[in-house]
Design a protein around this ligand. Sequence first.
Ligand code: ATP
Ligand code: MG
Length: 450
Amino acid sequence: MNKALVIDDEDVIQDVIKRALRRRGISTREALSLEEAREALDQDYDLVFLDIRLPDGNGLDILPLIRERLPYTPIIVLTAYGTVESAVRALKGGAFDFLEKPFTLKDFEESVKEALKLREVYRENIELKKQLDEIKGFGSLIGKSRKMIEVYEAINRVANTDVTVLIEGESGTGKEMVAREIHKRSGRRGKFVVFHCGNLSPDLVESHLFGHRKGAFTGATEDKRGFIEEAEGGTLLLDDITTLPWETQSKLLRFLETKEFVKLGETRPRKSTARILVASNEPLKRAVEEGKFREDLFYRINVVRIELPPLRERREDIPLFVFHFLEEFSKKHNKKIKGIKEKAMERLMNYHWPGNVRELKNALERAVILTKKEWIDEEDLPEWIVRAKPLSLDKIVLGSKSYKELMEEFERNLILTALQQAGGVQKKAAKLLGMNPSTLSMAMKRLGLK
Ligand SMILES: Nc1ncnc2c1ncn2[C@@H]1O[C@H](COP(=O)(O)OP(=O)(O)OP(=O)(O)O)[C@@H](O)[C@H]1O
Ligand SMILES: [Mg+2]
């Protein structure tokens, strides 16, 4: 049951409020002075009414204390007619609304209705925060969707072994984080090293991976340790493995089979106990089919495969990420962010997140930096996220718009979604829609999309 604290010394007011609230199922506690109010603040309330003129002082003096004790309770200030200044002071001090005495029942009801709505938003935020505190995820990984729990189980199974693990998933899904977690739980004393294979020449890749001796090639002015040596006794993550040159792929295969490698400029093989983890944005199998990746190496790597689901397939984790990152970024940027408004959360829940967790994280950091308020709202989110409406019919209010307008809205959303998924490349978007690029271009013009 809801409970309100009414701080007012007038019996009539106490009575009116008590009766009006009772009809809404809200019980009241009376405080007839500042002193009584202070005593009453030992419990939580869903609403607080605060009169300004009280027998033992100004009601606004206790406003900071109420805000501190009950940060998630809307406060409605009651003022005498004509004291606008106090009302402004009250709002600045964090009151939710003010009512001028004598107020009509209609004004009262309206204010209470809005305040209770806000209280509901607060309550949901508190509830979610609590859940977040209970279980966030696994190690530094956030998320408790079924799909992520499967990932955690896989991490547990492989952490203690020497098996090479293939970690696949779209960009920004957390592949590197998973690799780190595997390393952390492996008990290996050595370092965790990441090598981004990224389209380098074979010589350069091999020098990075295996190291080289002074004079091994022009420009090799000193001996250099490779990543495999760096990760001795630890873990080496080979990121974007499909970009590894063909020649290097067979040398990697040899290392995986024998634990031996040859430094550039040397002939005698060396040994390393580095454990290899592999990550890829594109399915490795497809790279094999396209002839970019050696099949024998693929089979050697694909012993254990962990697939990270895209964020849009684990939407239930989005609120956890939101609260986690809001807290992190509030601290980082020295802001007091209390939570997020329902509408904004809805947008985040409905967006399809082509950039996955990284995109969500960036959107939230931006929102924290930009917002001038304590609650993140729609206007703090990037426009493309707010505009990307889900293609669902059940949200449409019939009668509000004409058929033509609704169809255009639908078309616009469809095209925007395709453009987002295509990374903004019109040609690709047209392909996704099974459309001629010039037809798409014309439709975009007609719909006013740039
Ligand atoms: N489950 C998670 N919990 C907390 N943070 C996460 C999670 N997944 C991803 N992140 C964050 O999202 C960002 C991207 O994660 P990461 O670098 O691991 O992704 P990736 O899959 O390796 O991406 P890419 O393919 O672009 O290299 C990082 O800032 C990371 O902290
Ligand atoms: Mg990565």
